[in-house]
Design a protein around this ligand. Structure first.
Ligand code: BES
Ligand code: MG
Ligand code: ZN
Length: 486
């Protein structure tokens, strides 16, 4: 979608105009008085309330969008207002509209513009490529929005670009498991490297992984007809500086393996690749806006299936690191593939920091629902920086403790470590992290569990149904803030 700036007077707009009004501003708002003659008394500019006024000359339609009380305005409400504007516009059949931007409360005009563009671009997304009917009869997609503002527009364009890329990531994550196979994810990585000279891509195939004894990734993928891949994407935006490694879980379908998931739990497991997809498009976004940092994306991609070749509960597998792992449950597969990816990352890629992102545990959904990602970290400063980026983007994270007692729960009678805790599902998010920690070689590390935030069943404002793209805006914000501190 095109987001354009206009420095003209809004009363000259030929396209429908959206005005944001707070409960307090409704009486004294000069622009809206100039555009709209009469508004029903029932319109009080309460949050989510809107009124569409028709005028006899251009812009013909003026949409008044309520924001609620001035004192309650936070940037997230502006993002949501952007999504509401899109929804109202679509329901009337507009393909273009204009928004009048002004500072609200303590929020400066440039922040309002940026948040609006995020809400508009993200709110315009729907995964409907497989709908054959609805498309021509129903809603149109918004093609262009003009923001009437004099504020510096470069950050707004950049935010809109990032959100376009978030939408692309949603398409990829929503795609079915027999289409978005490991090799297909590798193909997208290659195309990103082809498009940007700052990005290079290396793919390790099954044979190469066999040579290197990446037996945890190979073990998880044994039951699948699709071969595993390890995708390594390198983004260089800051010379020879040590990179941040972003490692993403890329399970293209998680059946649970021989510890098969039951009905009600298995249906959406094509989105179990969301961590990897987030890393893939974070790199694309970084390259697109030219972040001044170095990133390495590491994506272990495979499918966790059943069948005569599938790995069995109770097996002991020697990881790439040399540590032996007892497979207590084949459905705890994400930590297995991340473990080999971590060892490879530390060994070969020499990162400064490792951050992984994964739809790792159902337990994380029990704790946080869909609103917050679980975070576990061995580095308080890193954790704080990620937390802060979460507050800014509203892709929020909350830290859980990793006390040594949790690590002790991962001990195995027969092998060096077990992939499930001795207390069964107790503190499942933390014990999963305790397993991962054993493969970080004490590098500063943070783990993000996005089992709850990566998908949602119904659209909520600018968060689409299906894959949400959670984590890309968070990472970009984190990397930008880190760049500024140097
Ligand atoms: N992919 C799941 C986690 C998950 C669950 C993601 C629900 C999104 C929604 C993961 O591989 C898994 O199955 N974890 C198990 C671990 C258990 C066997 C220790 C879980 O959380 O039940
Ligand atoms: Mg390239
Ligand atoms: Zn699983």
């Amino acid at each position: 979608m095109k987001i354009l700036q206009s420095k003209n007077s809004i009363v000259k707009s030929v396209n429908p105009v959206v005005l944001l009004l707070t409960e307090e501003s409704i009486q004294k708002h000069t622009i809206y008085k100039a555009l709209v003659k009469a508004v029903p008394d029932s319109f009080k500019a309460k949050e989510k309330q809107f009124y569409v006024a028709e005028t006899d000359q251009p812009p013909k339609f003026v949409v008044l969008l309520g924001l609620g009380k001035t004192s309650d305005i936070i940037i997230e409400k502006i993002r949501k207002a952007g999504a509401s504007a899109v929804n109202v516009a679509k329901s009337i059949g507009f393909v273009k509209f204009s928004v009048y931007v002004e500072s609200i409360n303590s929020l400066p005009e440039h922040d309002v513009s940026k948040a609006l563009s995020e809400g508009i671009v993200l709110g315009n997304y729907k995964f409907d490529k497989y709908k054959t009917k609805e498309k021509d009869s129903g809603e149109k997609i918004i093609e262009q929005v003009e923001l009437y503002t004099l504020a510096d527009f470069k950050p707004v364009i950049e935010a809109a670009r990032v959100c376009d890329i978030v939408n692309e990531s949603r398409d990829t994550a929503n795609e079915g498991a027999d289409i978005m196979t490991p090799i297909e994810i590798a193909a997208i990585a290659k195309s990103i490297a082809g498009k940007y000279s700052s990005v290079t891509c290396t793919i390790l195939d099954k044979k190469q992984m066999e040579k290197m004894s990446m037996n945890l990734i190979l073990g998880v993928s044994r039951g699948s007809e699709y071969d595993p891949v390890l995708v390594i994407l390198e983004y260089k935006g800051a010379g020879n500086e040590k990179p941040v490694a972003l490692v993403g879980k890329g399970v293209t379908f998680d059946s649970g393996g021989l510890n098969l998931k039951p009905s009600g739990y298995i249906e959406n497991m094509h989105t179990d690749k969301s961590g990897a997809i987030t890393v893939l498009y974070t790199i694309k976004a970084a390259a697109d806006i030219g972040l001044k940092c170095n990133i390495i994306g590491v994506l272990p991609c495979c499918e966790n299936m059943i069948g005569s070749k599938a790995q069995k509960p109770g097996s002991i597998i020697k990881s790439y690191s040399g540590k032996t792992v007892e497979i207590g449950n084949t459905d705890a597969e994400g930590r297995l593939i991340l473990a080999d990816a971590f060892s490879y990352t530390v060994d070969k890629l020499k990162p400064e920091t490792i951050i992984d992102i994964a739809t790792l545990t159902g337990s994380c959904m029990v704790t946080f629902g869909e609103h917050v990602a679980g975070m576990i970290s061995t580095d308080e400063k890193l954790a704080k920086d990620i937390f802060d980026a979460g507050q800014k983007t509203y892709e929020r994270v909350w830290q859980l403790p990793l006390y040594k007692e949790y690590e002790e729960e991962m001990e195995s009678e027969k092998a060096d470590i077990k992939n499930i805790g001795s207390k069964d599902r107790y503190a499942g998010t933390i014990t999963a992290a305790a397993f991962l920690k054993a493969f970080t070689k004490d590098k500063p590390w943070a783990h993000l569990d996005i089992a709850g935030t990566a998908t949602t069943d119904k659209q909520k404002s600018y968060i689409s149904a299906g894959a949400t793209g959670f984590g890309i805006r968070l990472f970009i914000e984190f990397l930008k803030a880190r760049e500024k501190k140097k």
